[in-house]
Design a binder for this molecule. Structure first.
Ligand SMILES: [Mg+2]
Ligand SMILES: [Zn+2]
Length: 275
């Protein structure tokens, strides 16, 4: 069992689009969505959009069918399956919602690979309408983080995962994300950890322009193919580091075989961040 926790953002990281926008656009309610954006938080707006779809006769199955067509690069599927087979502890931390994520991961045979999905809860009510609720109930009290949206601080979720993972002897984190909401958890990573921001997306820009240096080593990626390559090389490197650490000596024989990579392929150098 590798001592590595791999945390994935979902939208524009696992899937190559934003699931909220995908459903709104594909099911023809983008006009209402655009009109209401200035009036309420994103999370409340998505719940409102589910009411709109229900009122227009769209069933929960219509929404599921739409989600199943969201683009997901086959290299990302491979990356997740391989990291899981290598014994990594995989988690999702996402500001989408449970129904959207479950539906898409199940469709691609990936749901079982994840130990935990941290996201906004959702339920189908007695009328068959999908309800979406905030992960953190901001109507009663704030989560206290000034850089995250009111319904979710991914940094606080990572802190909780780290506390439980540490008890199980897992030390190293690899965090993959693209968005502004992925910056707070990236700041909390330690020197032993890695962050994989998607190149030219908001998280990458925030890291590049950050006055506060990240402690974690930064490895950028653009395509699903690059995500797979960089992630599996970091996992391989972490497994090697653990194997050479005296405290892990007795687990060496249990290490699953790494997928073969070309000997000429070396991990790209960490992203240089000017401070
Ligand atoms: Mg994202
Ligand atoms: Zn935060």
């Amino acid at each position: 069992m590798a001592g590595i926790v791999v945390v994935f953002d979902f939208d524009k990281t696992i899937i190559d689009c934003d699931s909220d926008n995908w459903v709104v656009d594909q099911l023809g309610v983008a006009d209402v969505f655009e009109r209401l954006i200035p009036t309420m938080p994103w999370n409340s707006l998505m719940d409102r959009m589910m009411r709109e779809l229900h009122a227009r006769g769209r069933s929960i199955e219509d929404i599921a069918a739409c989600l199943r067509t969201a683009p997901l690069d086959p290299h990302v599927v491979e990356a997740i399956k391989t990291a899981y087979a290598l014994g990594c502890d995989l988690r999702v931390v996402s500001d989408a919602n449970q129904f959207f994520i479950d539906t898409i991961l199940k469709h691609h045979g990936l749901l079982e690979c994840f130990k935990e999905i941290n996201t906004n809860p959702s339920v189908v009510d007695e009328e068959g309408r999908l309800r979406i609720f905030p992960c953190h109930d901001f109507t009663t009290r704030s989560h206290g983080c000034s850089i995250c949206p009111p319904n979710m601080c991914k940094g606080k979720i990572i802190d909780r995962i780290r506390a439980s993972a540490f008890v199980e002897g897992k030390k190293r984190f690899i965090y993959l994300g693209d968005g502004q909401g992925d910056y707070c958890p990236s700041l909390g990573l330690s020197e032993e950890d890695y962050v994989m921001p998607r190149k030219h997306y908001p998280l990458w820009s925030l890291i590049c322009n950050s006055p506060q240096p990240l402690r974690a080593e930064v490895h950028e990626w653009s395509t699903g193919e690059e995500l797979e390559k960089v992630l599996l090389q970091l996992v391989d490197r972490s497994i090697d580091a653990d194997r050479n650490s005296p405290s892990q000596m007795f687990s060496v024989d249990c290490k699953p075989k790494m997928v073969p990579t070309s000997p000429t392929e070396t991990l790209p150098l960490p992203l240089r961040v000017p401070h």
